[in-house]
Design a protein around this ligand. Structure first.
Ligand code: NDP
Ligand code: GDR
Length: 365
C-alpha cells in the first residue's frame, strides 16, 4: 500500500485528492492547521475513527510556517508521495498579508523539500508542488505553456514563483522527484466562497430563493481558463506516476470572461439581469458600493461593479495550452464549463435551502 501525505487536506483540492487516493488504495495522511472551529466539512465524509483497525485516512495538526512540525510528521509518516497543496491561496488577500503569504506559500515549500532531504528520503519520497497559472501574470504569450516566461502580478504569485523554482532547484541539485503542476483555475461546489465563481453561484442561489437582489463584483473583464477540481486532482496524481520528474500545465485551453460566467450562472435561474457600476458603465453610472444605489424594479437583479474588489495589479488573460499533459500524461479535462456552472449553482441552492439568511451576507474577497 502506498502512503501519501497531503498538506492543505481540508481545502478544495485536498478533499478531491483525498477521495481519489483512497479510491486507489492509498494510506492518506493529511495536515490541517488548528482553527477555533474544526473546519473539516469538505472531508467529513472521509472520516475514519482512528480507534478502528485498518484506518486509511488520518489527520495531523501542522502548519506550513513551522518546520519542526513538518519534519516530525514526514519522519513519522515516511510518505511515498507528498502533495503540497497548503497555501494562502487568495490573490486579492495576498496584497493585505504579503509577508505571511511569502512565508506559508514560498518558504513553506522549501520547508517540505528540506525536510525530505534532511530525513534522507530523497530517493523514496516524490513531491508534487501546487504551482499556478498566476505565475504567468502579465501576458507574455498566449496560450500559456510550460516554456512561457513568468511575470507574477501579486504577492501570492511572487511567493508561488519562489516555490516553483525551489522545487526545480531541489530536483536538479539533489535529484529529487519533485514536480510542479502549473494548474489553471479550477472550481467546484467545494470552492472557497470568496473566489469569484463560487461568490457568483452563491449569489445566484440566494437570488433564486428570494434572499438577495444585488451582487457586488470587481473586474468583470478578466478572463480565466476554468476547469473542474475533480479533473485536476487526477492530473496531480498522474504527474507523480511518471518515469521522470517534470513540470506540466493543466488547463482546458478555453478562456471565458468573468462577465460571461455571471451570465451563464444567472441563466440557470432565468432572472432578468442588469450590469451597473463603474468600469462597465454603458449607462453612465458612477462607482456604486451600497444597496441604496440600486432602486430595483420587481423581478430584476443587479450585478454592480464595486472597485473595492479590484486588485492593485490584475492578471487580465489566462488561457493554458495543455498539449504536453495530454501527450505525456494522457490527461484531458472531462467537465465542460456549462456542466461546472450547473453543478455549482444546483449545489449552492441546496446549501442555501439548509441554512439561514444571516449566513449569506455579502462576503469580502
Ligand atoms: P484552498 O484555499 O481551498 O485550500 C488551501 C488549504 O491550505 C486549506 O486547507 C488551508 O487551511 C491550508 N492552509 C493555508 N495556510 C496554511 C498554513 N499556513 N499551514 C497549513 N495549512 C494551510 O485552495 P485550493 O484547494 O483551491 O488550492 C490548493 C493549492 O493549489 C493551493 O496551494 C493553491 O494556491 C493552488 N492552486 C489552486 C488553484 C485553483 O484554481 N484552485 C489553481 C492553481 C494553484 P484552512 O482551511 O485552515 O485555511
Ligand atoms: P484568481 O481567482 O485570482 O484567478 O486565483 P478569483 O476567483 O479570486 O478571481 C478570478 C478573477 O475574477 C475577478 N473578480 C473577482 N474575484 C474575486 N475573488 N471576487 C470578486 O468579487 C471579483 N470580481 C471580479 C478577479 O479580479 C480575477 O481577475 C485563483 C486562486 O485559486 C489561486 O490560488 C490560483 O492560483 C489561481 O486561481 C489559478
Amino acid at each position: 500500500m502506498k502512503t501519501a501525505l497531503i498538506t492543505g487536506v481540508n481545502g478544495q483540492d485536498g478533499a478531491y485528492l483525498s477521495e481519489l487516493l483512497l479510491e486507489k488504495g492509498y494510506m492518506v495522511h493529511g495536515i490541517k492547521r488548528r482553527a477555533s472551529l474544526i473546519n473539516t466539512e469538505r472531508i467529513d465524509h472521509l472520516y475514519q475513527d482512528p480507534h478502528e483497525q485498518g484506518v486509511r485516512f488520518r489527520l495531523h495538526y501542522g502548519d506550513m510556517t513551522d518546520s519542526t512540525n513538518l519534519i516530525r510528521i514526514i519522519q513519522e509518516v515516511q510518505p511515498d508521495e507528498i502533495y503540497n497543496l497548503a497555501a494562502m491561496s487568495h490573490v486579492k488577500v495576498s496584497f493585505d498579508i504579503p509577508e505571511y503569504t511569502a512565508n506559508a506559500d514560498g518558504i513553506g515549500t522549501l520547508r517540505i523539500l528540506e525536510a525530505v532531504r534532511l530525513l534522507g528520503l530523497e530517493k523514496k519520497t516524490r513531491i508534487y508542488q501546487a504551482s499556478t497559472s498566476e505565475l504567468y501574470g502579465l501576458v507574455q504569450e498566449v496560450p500559456q505553456k510550460e516554456t512561457t516566461p513568468f511575470y507574477p502580478r501579486s504577492p501570492y504569485a511572487v511567493a508561488k514563483l519562489y516555490a516553483y523554482w525551489i522545487t526545480v532547484n531541489y530536483r536538479e541539485a539533489y535529484k529529487m522527484f519533485a514536480c510542479n503542476g502549473i494548474l489553471f483555475n479550477h472550481e467546484s461546489p467545494l470552492r472557497g466562497e470568496t473566489f469569484v465563481t463560487r461568490k457568483i453561484t452563491r449569489a445566484v442561489a440566494a437570488i433564486a430563493l428570494g434572499l438577495q437582489k444585488t451582487l457586488f463584483l470587481g473586474n468583470l473583464d478578466a478572463r480565466r481558463d476554468w476547469g473542474h477540481a475533480r479533473d485536476y486532482v487526477k492530473a496531480m496524481w498522474l504527474i507523480l506516476q511518471q518515469d521522470e520528474p517534470e513540470d506540466f500545465v493543466i488547463a482546458t485551453g478555453i478562456t471565458t470572461p468573468v462577465r460571461e460566467f455571471v451570465k451563464m450562472a444567472f441563466a440557470e435561474i432565468g432572472v432578468q439581469l442588469e450590469f451597473r457600476g463603474s468600469g462597465v458603465n454603458e449607462k453612465g453610472y458612477v462607482a456604486a458600493s451600497t444597496h441604496a444605489d440600486f432602486p430595483l424594479e420587481t423581478g430584476t437583479c443587479v450585478v454592480a461593479v464595486d472597485p473595492a474588489y479590484f486588485r492593485p495589479t490584475e492578471v487580465d488573460l489566462l488561457i493554458g495550452d495543455p498539449s504536453k499533459s495530454k501527450q505525456k500524461l494522457g490527461w484531458e479535462p472531462e467537465c465542460t464549463l456549462d456542466q461546472l456552472v450547473k453543478e455549482m449553482v444546483t449545489a449552492d441552492i441546496e446549501v442555501f435551502k439548509q441554512k439561514n439568511k444571516t449566513q449569506f451576507e455579502h462576503l469580502i474577497g
